[in-house]
Ligand binder design. Structure first.
Ligand code: PAF
Length: 281
């Protein structure tokens, strides 16, 4: 497995492997601190395209001024070992100045969608995500890019961006990977103390509860949202950021749940903000 540091190297690799159109290229964009959720993305990529690049880049523009950019976990050696074991051909790990050259002034803003869900509580976050993913897709010339459903609002923003910019890549979304007790895997779970780790289960509990209510015939967003809020608030040290039922494509709230509606939650467990969701059957 090769480790590449520059856009020029990544583009050259992609063009060589594509071999006059005979092969397909996959990209798994990550910020590192890889876990079993990322491993599932790499496996899905390897099963679906000829050559796979995993990018590892803690993207400064998607963090707010008071967020965790500086202390975001950086575990490069272990990440490379995992990427290799899962079958990746390349790790692309550029320095910041490679993706944001001196004087960089170009950003991708997906209007509307970027202000909803996580975008409402993290202003500028999706502008940073859209910008870096556009750079990575352009640099890698990937045919397919793989993302986890856990970041469901991110998926909606990126699908819109790819459609609007007429980018060649297809966005592939892979299921949420959970711990046996239900906690959705996240690199930020590393921040949780043992007590917080237990409290964090309130999010997946709320998600499962909504699934059960829908299976039992409840369709009203008001009732689903209220039930989830109550479940999360029952954990005294967990603070709800949002619980919403939305159309997954537009992230606009819906009043009645329909197949494909996205039920999403975000909550603070101590100083750590976690998210979880389900796409209704
Ligand atoms: O989902 C993530 O880890 C990041 O938002 C992404 C897509 C790698 C962009 O930095």
């Amino acid at each position: 497995m090769k480790i590449l540091r520059t856009v020029a190297e990544l583009r050259q690799w992609s063009r060589e492997e594509r071999n006059d159109g005979g092969n397909t290229i996959g990209l798994v964009p990550t910020m590192g601190a890889l876990h079993a959720g990322h491993a599932s993305l790499i496996r899905a990529a390897c099963a679906s395209v000829g050559y796979v690049a995993v990018s590892i880049f803690v993207n400064p523009t998607q963090f707010g001024p008071n967020e965790d950019y500086a202390r975001y976990p950086r575990t490069f050696e272990a990440d490379c070992a995992l990427a290799k074991a899962e079958g990746a051909d390349v790790v692309f790990a550029p320095p910041v100045e490679e993706l944001y050259p001196d004087g960089a002034a170009t950003f991708v803003e997906v209007e509307g969608l970027s202000q909803r869900l996580d975008g409402a509580s993290r202003p500028g976050h999706f502008r940073g995500v859209a910008t870096v993913v556009a750079k990575l897709l352009i640099a890698s010339e990937a045919d397919r890019a793989f993302f986890g459903q856990k970041d469901a609002a991110q998926v909606a923003v990126l699908r819109r961006m790819v459609a609007d910019l007429r980018l060649a890549a297809e966005i592939v979304v892979c299921p949420i990977v959970r711990e046996p007790d239900g906690l959705a895997l996240s690199s930020r779970n590393l921040y949780l103390s043992q007590t917080e780790r237990t409290q964090a289960l309130a999010l997946s509990r709320a998600v499962r509860q909504v699934e059960a209510l829908v299976a039992g015939g409840e369709r009203r967003a008001e009732a689903l949202v209220a039930a989830a809020r109550q479940t999360i608030s029952a954990e005294p040290d967990v603070r709800v950021d949002y619980t919403e039922l939305v159309n997954w494509a537009t992230l606009e709230p819906v009043e009645i749940a329909a197949p494909g509606s996205l039920f999403a939650v975000a909550a603070w467990v101590g100083a750590t903000r976690l998210i979880d969701n389900t796409v209704l059957a």
